[in-house]
Design a protein around this ligand. Structure first.
Ligand SMILES: Nc1nc2c(c(=O)[nH]1)N[C@H]1C(S)=C(S)[C@@H](COP(=O)(O)O)O[C@H]1N2
Ligand SMILES: [Mo]
Length: 178
């Protein structure tokens, strides 16, 4: 009799424990998904070093940085004509704002897009003046979202890149490697 009751109580505790675990796992999964979605929507760009995020800039923060205007004509335009004057902060300024050590200690900078595209730039390239900007508008107009056929919300714009393959559209992440 007493043993049976003990077992019953144990069962209830087990059930409660199990339900709590499910709840925690559920919350963790939901949190993880919502974070991922946010990181990949293109309205922010994460700067990471060897896989670890150093700083995440929102589109607003990028828009509020001192900007450059660069004219570019990308030859193999996939959609509309990619010729125009692009506006945005220099990539080297964005990297330095995230962490001054990045351009000193890392050699390769991989620009990752929300569609899975990526393209690498070297430290030597990025250190040049007016080389690359994190652009958010062309000819005074903000980019449309890549998923709606546009280039944005943000794109890398490499001024001298006439074939366009270095100019990552729908930029979500800059991965810095030593
Ligand atoms: N996210 C993303 N960016 C990308 C590409 C792509 O497929 N996905 N293609 C690249 C190539 S090969 C070119 S030529 C240019 C074309 O840019 P445009 O569509 O503005 O002309 O985008 C570059 N950036
Ligand atoms: Mo291209």
């Amino acid at each position: 009799m007493i043993q049976q009751r003990k077992l019953k109580i144990k069962g209830i505790y087990l059930l409660i424990g199990f339900m709590l675990l499910c709840l925690i796992a559920g919350i963790a999964a939901w949190w993880n998904l919502s974070q991922q979605d946010h990181q990949a929507d293109g309205y922010s760009v994460a700067v990471a070093r060897n896989g670890e995020t150093v700083k995440t800039f929102t589109l607003k923060e990028i828009e509020n940085m001192p900007y450059k205007k660069l004219y570019a004509k990308l030859q193999s335009a996939q959609h509309e004509n990619a010729e125009g004057t692009f506006r945005g902060p220099e990539l080297r300024d964005v990297l330095n704002r995230a962490d001054k050590r990045l351009l000193k200690e890392c050699r390769t900078f991989i620009c990752v897009a929300g569609d899975g595209y990526s393209s690498a730039l070297s430290r030597e390239e990025i250190q040049q003046k007016d080389y690359a900007i994190v652009a958010y508008e062309k000819d005074g107009k903000p980019f449309e979202h890549f998923n709606e056929g546009g280039e944005g919300p943000m794109r890398m714009l490499v001024a001298g890149d006439s074939f366009g393959n270095r100019s990552t559209k729908f930029l979500v992440r800059i991965e810095c490697r030593e």
